[in-house]
Write a protein that binds this ligand. Structure first.
Ligand code: FAD
Ligand code: NAG
Length: 458
């Protein structure tokens, strides 16, 4: 097969200096990226495996040249806050989408996760996001809708900083703190309007993207999962890197590879008796605390108190998070945590609770329920500071918290912003791609915030 022709006109396009732009061939549509022509094993001397590997880093850019159809459909890969808000905003603009998520035993929501455990009495834990703030009026409007429909309420529980040894200092804030009335995950449902414009497919792990005949073909392992006019990557971490690395989207791949993510251990623990936490006159016990100077603990929250303030008695459910530093040092494959590691992490984190509360070693009651989980791609540590990324030549975009920060607000706004961008691009019929390139070249800068993310405005 002859090497693909190089599109002369493409040199003016923003991607040209990074990737060889492959012209669309035949009857039009997208050309799949092709590997550099290979020589036989006994080919030219000097053509080593190493150079072949090196070459594969230089993916060729896929270019879609067919007009956008009148009724396009977008594949959104990831059903967290960003993917769902993207699908919802696309629907509002009249664009169909299919949301894919890997979640097996629940509905999607990603890191907006709530775990319900049935063990006599029901135990409820927010598994990642604990509470959130709103600093942007577009997100505030959504929060106001949630408040009106009773899904969200303002959280007036005592929150503050807990120093190792048990000194607690309240953090008073003028910015309201919000929580999901029945936990965070139900908010994910609320993000999906009832409309046949959006389909949700799960559990489905998209493992391959392939441009074909003017469309993106998606696969789960070898199983075809449909053909779409554009794709949205609404997840990050190793999974996204792998998915992008062979897709013919060198600019998206490069930006995604720059992202650094923290790892955080979560320990969900239910106790029969109340934990001996410090009491502040007139406030009582704290409901949430950012823990300082304890290696294995960065947050502890009494989720029973937060979610069921009228409930008295026990058991009480606490969500505990490690520091990012501890997560980094104790990283294991999150889908396959060795038993010894789980046991060690549990001991370390319960030890951290003793240390934080100023209790003597070994004096903390044994929890009646525990569950250890690693958030292997917990929070972004750097960000390009753009609301979304879109490659108009490849008709592919990225949304997610990491585009501007590390919060639910950041994730939701990024999804909305990418949806509007793609809808505008569709309206333009794909005629002026250069006007729609966004976020493809920005450097990433460090994200400030807690080990459990940011609370904009707080
Ligand atoms: C421990 C912890 C505590 C936090 N606390 C707070 C807090 O208190 N307040 C706050 O505002 N924020 C908090 N955050 C951050 C907040 O949860 C995130 O910023 C937000 O939920 C991110 O949403 P997202 O859509 O960008 O990504 P995600 O929620 O991660 O969604 C990505 C989804 O894509 C799916 N997926 C991945 N790969 C594939 C694939 N190949 N095919 C199909 N689906 C795929 C995943 O299963 C996941 O559901 C916390 C995060 C963590 C980890
Ligand atoms: C935790 O919450 C429960 C339920 O509201 C409450 O009864 C208990 O006193 C709280 N624990 C502490 C230590 O404040």
């Amino acid at each position: 097969m002859p090497p693909p022709p190089i599109a002369a006109a493409a040199t003016a396009l923003p991607v040209a200096h990074l990737a060889r732009v492959v012209a669309a061939s035949g009857s039009g549509g997208a050309t799949p990226p092709r590997a550099a022509p290979r020589r036989g094993r006994r080919g030219k001397p000097g053509f080593s495996r190493r150079s072949a590997i090196k070459k594969s880093f230089h993916q060729e850019q896929v270019v879609f040249s067919t007009p956008v159809p009148a009724d396009p459909t977008v594949a959104v890969i990831g059903g967290g806050a960003s993917g769902l808000s993207c699908a919802s905003a696309l629907a509002a603009r009249g664009v169909r989408s299919v949301v894919f998520d890997t979640v097996r035993d629940a509905r999607p929501g990603g890191r907006m996760a709530t775990r319900f455990v049935d063990g006599g009495e029901q135990l409820v834990f927010d598994h990642a996001a604990q509470f959130f703030t709103a600093s942007d009026e577009r997100f505030q409007r959504l929060v106001d809708e949630w408040l009106d429909s009773g899904l969200v309420r303002e959280w007036s529980g005592l929150v503050g900083e807990l120093e190792a040894g048990g000194r607690f200092r309240p953090i008073h804030s003028l910015t309201p703190r919000y929580i999901g009335v029945n936990g965070m995950r139900p908010l994910a449902d609320a993000m999906l309007p009832e409309t046949d414009m959006i389909k949700v497919l799960r559990p489905c792990w998209i493992s391959k993207l392939e441009p074909f005949n003017g469309l993106w073909r998606l696969f789960e392992n070898e199983k075809p999962r449909g053909e779409y006019d554009a794709i949205v990557i609404a997840h990050n971490g190793k999974c996204a890197n792998r998915l992008l690395s062979t897709s013919g989207l060198p600019l998206l791949t490069k930006q995604m590879k720059r992202l650094e993510l923290s790892s955080v251990w979560a320990l969900l623990a239910a106790f029969e008796d109340p934990l001996p936490v410090p009491r502040i006159d007139s406030h009582g016990a704290f409901e949430g605390a950012f823990v300082r100077d304890v290696d294995s603990l960065s947050w502890m929250g009494n989720n029973t108190r937060k979610l069921f303030p009228m409930q008295t008695g026990t058991p009480e459910c606490w969500t505990l998070f490690s520091t990012a530093a501890y997560g980094k040092r104790n990283k294991v494959p999150q889908e396959n945590i060795p038993k010894v590691t789980a046991e060690k992490v549990k001991e370390d984190m319960l030890g951290g609770v003793e240390h934080a509360l100023g209790l003597s070693k070994g004096s903390l009651q044994q929890p009646i329920y525990t569950r250890v989980q690693l958030w292997g791609a917990a929070l972004p540590m750097n960000t390009p500071g753009v609301s979304c990324i879109f490659d108009p030549l490849g008709r592919a975009g990225i949304c997610g918290d990491w585009l501007t920060g590390s919060s639910i607000e950041a994730a939701v706004l990024s999804g909305m912003s990418l949806a509007n961008h793609i809808a505008d691009y569709f309206v333009s019929n794909g005629d002026r791609p250069e006007e729609f390139a966004i976020g493809l070249h920005e450097d990433l800068n460090a994200v400030e915030g807690h080990d459990i993310g940011q609370f904009p405005g707080d």
